[in-house]
Write a protein that binds this ligand. Structure first.
Ligand SMILES: NC(=O)c1ccc[n+]([C@@H]2O[C@H](COP(=O)([O-])OP(=O)(O)OC[C@H]3O[C@@H](n4cnc5c(N)ncnc54)[C@H](O)[C@@H]3O)[C@@H](O)[C@H]2O)c1
Ligand SMILES: [Zn+2]
Length: 363
């Protein structure tokens, strides 16, 4: 079984990436679990597809397990559902030997992960991510959070899972738009640190979009390994981990300005990556040919690369300053030096940034 080990001392854990492994969750968890009690947290759509094989697998392995279904949507990554889940854990008399299982996309992973981080000061949990974004990004790194009415992910904790089980077969039921959105993050990993991964996506894009199992396993495992490399060197986000935000400072601002209801996260990141590359070219850091190569791949993957014309560059910059990445009052930008290498800069003036944004409305 292809597996990546996340080395974090006593918090170490494996990420297993394979096809058709959902029904092995029970046997994989058995040697790690301290008691039979588990609770599966899942949203209503994912539940229809995958609750059954997961529950049956747990029962077969001798676990005592139940399902809690959360309504679908980012708005339920909330204080209300955080409290309701705690009620469930208390009602079921779960304790620090019990295991919580997050089955779903990033919304479920973040919510269930944060509940696991806080209930009785922290109980074990397992991530079974079912969107491409969650498989290569949200389930790796131990960040958990819920939203506050005043902002996304404002309340959270670092809490590492005991196991991440990625079954690429679950992607068969995911919408093509969500596949593309997740692919943006994989392409990002290629640009920031992994040329062979970038080459592999370029060469196998059709097979990836056709959801061919073997190539999916390859690029997902490789992408996870890249993120793991970064987060194991910087578990609590003090420096290096910032490079994962390539394309995100622009992307987050675009998501916020469009009320989080126009773009999927990966789509906003794709536009942000194109803009970060344009800015890098303007600053003489990146070859125009490399920017074009990144843009071509994003477009071939069906991702947008242009800001909508109704966005004002100044307004976008203002929103970027509100993002938590603007430490100490200066914008910290992750800029590209080449495909496979980035650097952090905080000395770029707003006019130069605004020019790049304006260019990225049409180019
Ligand atoms: N913790 C982190 O490091 C981290 C990183 C990136 C994103 N996130 C968070 O992740 C969230 C976004 O995650 P997401 O894009 O996975 O969204 P999501 O969890 O809302 O899933 C998107 C949609 O796909 C459906 N779905 C999930 N798996 C499916 C499957 N296999 N088949 C059919 N439908 C399926 C869901 O029901 C939902 O409607 C955001 O809240 C974001 O803040 C967290
Ligand atoms: Zn992202």
């Amino acid at each position: 079984m292809p597996s990546i080990r996340v080395e974090l001392g006593e918090n170490s854990y494996p990420i297993i990436v394979d096809q058709g492994v959902l029904n092995q969750l029970g046997s994989l968890l058995k040697p790690k679990a301290k008691s039979e009690k588990t609770l599966i947290v899942v949203d209503a759509i994912v539940s229809k597809h995958y609750s059954r094989p997961v529950l049956e697998s747990l029962l077969r392995a001798g676990f005592d397990s139940r399902i809690v279904e959360i309504p679908v949507g980012e708005e339920h990554k909330s204080l209300e559902w955080f409290a309701k889940l705690h009620d469930q854990l208390i009602d079921r008399r779960m304790d620090r030997s019990s295991t919580l299982i997050a089955l779903g996309g990033g919304v479920i992973g973040d919510l269930a992960g944060f509940v696991a981080a806080t209930y009785m000061r922290g109980i074990p949990y397992v991530q079974v991510p079912t969107t491409l974004l969650a498989q290569v990004d949200a389930s790796v790194g131990g960040k958990t959070a819920i939203n506050h009415p005043k902002g996304k992910n404002l309340i959270g904790a670092f809490h590492q899972p005991k196991l991440v089980l990625i079954d690429v077969a679950t992607l068969q039921s995911l919408s093509p738009r969500d596949i593309r959105s997740g692919l943006a993050e994989i392409i990002k990993h290629g640009v920031i640190m992994d040329v062979p991964l970038f080459d592999q996506i370029e060469a196998n894009l059709d097979a990836i979009l056709d959801l061919e199992g073997s190539v999916l396993i390859d690029i997902i495992a490789r992408s996870c390994a890249d993120k793991v490399k970064v987060v194991t060197q910087d578990e609590k986000e003090s420096g290096l981990r910032e490079i994962l935000n390539y394309g995100h400072t622009f992307g987050h601002a675009l998501e916020a300005l469009t009320d989080y209801n126009t773009y999927r996260h990966g789509e906003a990141v794709a536009i942000g990556m194109n803009c970060a590359a344009q800015l890098s070219v303007n600053l003489g850091m990146l070859d125009a040919a490399d920017r074009k190569r990144q843009k071509n791949l994003l477009q071939r993957a069906g991702l947008p690369v242009h800001f909508p014309s109704e966005i004002q560059p100044e307004q976008l910059i203002e929103t970027m300053y509100l993002d938590k990445k603007a430490r100490g009052g200066r914008l910290r930008l992750i800029l590209a030096k080449r495909i496979g290498g980035v650097m952090i800069r905080n000395d770029v003036d707003d006019t130069t940034i605004a020019e790049a944004i304006a260019q990225c409305m049409k180019d």
